[in-house]
Design a binder for this molecule. Structure first.
Ligand code: GDP
Length: 445
């Protein structure tokens, strides 16, 4: 099949040490022949693949000294012939070299077109391409790790395995229906039921892993709650090691949710401070109280702060009741004052001296990311979650119907689940889904 040569600057706009212009298609080397003058004796058309050749890159109105490398199909990123020019990293340099490639017949690449071609040529799956975007867009190390897990096909392999199991069950059902009168061994319904339940369990645990994946992608929402003056703002500052919240010894001064972000072992945590959850005559503070309640409802983790220098008050107990059934860490602050409070606490800290703040961070990670295994498949993309949740619903339907309906009806649900699983790799994804995914890429990727 013919594939048009496309070209784009693959490095970000702006100044830098080097910039890379990438060409991919049927004949990028023929284009390079017209715009690269090698310094050595090897002519461009005789370039060996995967070797860097120094020479002059000839743009429309200037030349730059740089490198040219040829990747031979199918062993290239796109699966096609690819040529890269490595020039000096200036906006006008890269743009000038690109426009020369365009005037020599290349078409400007669309967003993500290189990766889309790689997908269409079977170099990577759809979920692998999504992992690549996650890595590129990732703002924390955990996002990069999670993206790499997808990029390395861990999730796709898992989905493929589940599909293979469904195919196998379907084959048994088909054989049974094709030769109903024959004296072959008929499908054992109880065996099918067992296998379907196993599939259901695997899909359940995969869909459940989206909780972890979502936290990695969006950051763990941590809400600091407690009555005024227990040291919530101070604790927030100690955790962030920055003076972001206003610290005051007058109760009720932290009126708004103050946000700060920190990373614990590469996982992003978004912290929210609350204005003390207490009834008040003060209208502004009441707005804060409503917000605090909403924040607590949406939290992944609560840091419930007590003043360790005092016994728990009725107000403390009241707030404690509100957060009792949420994932939480009860923090007894002001440990430097050697008080007798903090009866129900999980950890004693001092925001003032920094005592146990590192231990609190470790506890926050442990509590919110329990069972997080960086090597296993887990879900970070909503698209994957939706597909697997649908597959799970179909399998569960099949489980409940098993034994009560003709086998071919069971097959309908199994086939639907199979199709949904194929959306992970892209085997059964619609063109619309595929286009949407690649449009999230930048030009040049
Ligand atoms: P918030 O109302 O819960 O946000 O409390 P703040 O962070 O504003 O702190 C209330 C008061 O307690 C301030 O005077 C802080 O300096 C003081 N404070 C906070 N943390 C500690 C601590 O660990 N030890 C001591 N001794 N004082 C603290």
């Amino acid at each position: 099949m013919k594939s048009e040569n496309i070209a784009a600057v693959s490095t970000p706009a702006g100044r830098g040490g080097v910039a890379v212009i990438r060409l991919s298609g049927d004949s990028p080397l023929a284009v390079a022949e017209q715009m690269f003058l090698p310094r050595g004796n090897t002519r461009v058309k005789d370039f060996q693949p995967y070797r860097m050749y120094p020479g002059e890159i000839v743009a429309e109105h200037f030349k730059d000294f740089g490198l040219c490398v040829y990747f031979k199909a199918p062993h290239s990123f796109t699966g096609e012939d690819v040529v890269e020019f490595h020039c000096h990293g200036g906006t006008s340099i890269a743009r000038g070299i690109l426009s020369r490639a365009l005037s020599l017949g290349c078409r400007g690449a669309e967003r993500g077109e290189f990766t889309k071609r790689a997908f269409l040529n079977g170099k990577l799956s759809l979920s692998s391409a999504e992992g690549l975007i996650d890595m590129i867009n990732g703002e924390s190390e955990a996002e990069v790790r999670a993206g790499y897990m997808l990029y390395g096909e861990t999730l796709k392999n898992e989905a493929d395995g589940l599909q293979a199991e469904i195919t196998d069950i379907l084959a048994g059902i088909d054989a049974d229906m094709d030769f109903p009168e024959e004296d072959i061994e008929h499908t054992d319904l109880s065996d099918i039921a067992v296998r379907l339940k196993k599939l259901s369990a695997k899909l359940s645990s995969l869909t459940a892993s989206y909780g972890t994946g979502r936290k990695i992608k969006q950051g763990v929402r941590v809400v600091i709650a407690g009555r005024p003056n227990t040291g919530k703002s101070s604790l927030l500052n100690a955790l962030l090691q920055a003076e972001k919240a206003i610290v005051s010894s007058v109760p009720g001064t932290t009126r708004d949710a103050v946000e700060g972000t920190l990373e614990i072992e590469g996982v992003r945590f978004n912290l929210y401070d609350t204005a003390g959850i207490r009834e008040s005559e003060n209208e502004i503070e009441n707005i804060g109280i409503a917000r605090a309640r909403a924040l607590i409802d949406g939290a992944d983790l609560i840091l419930f702060v007590l003043d360790g220098s005092e016994k728990m008050s009725e107000e403390d107990e009241e707030i404690y009741r509100q957060v009792a059934d949420k994932p939480k860490i009860v923090v007894s602050n002001k440990n430097d004052l050697q008080g007798e409070g903090g009866e129900k606490c999980d950890i004693r800290v001092s925001a003032k001296t920094g005592e146990n703040i590192a231990a609190l961070r470790a506890m926050m990670l442990e509590k919110s990311m329990a069972g997080y295994d960086t090597d296993a498949a887990f879900l970070i993309e909503k698209r994957h979650y939706d597909a697997l949740a649908c597959a799970l619903a179909e399998i569960n339907e099949a489980v409940s119907l098993c034994g009560n309906v003709p086998l071919d009806l069971l097959g309908v649900h199994l086939k639907a689940a199979w199709d949904k699983l194929g959306e992970i790799s892209g085997k059964t994804a619609t063109e619309e889904i595929i286009n949407e995914i690649f449009s999230k890429f930048c030009v040049g990727k």
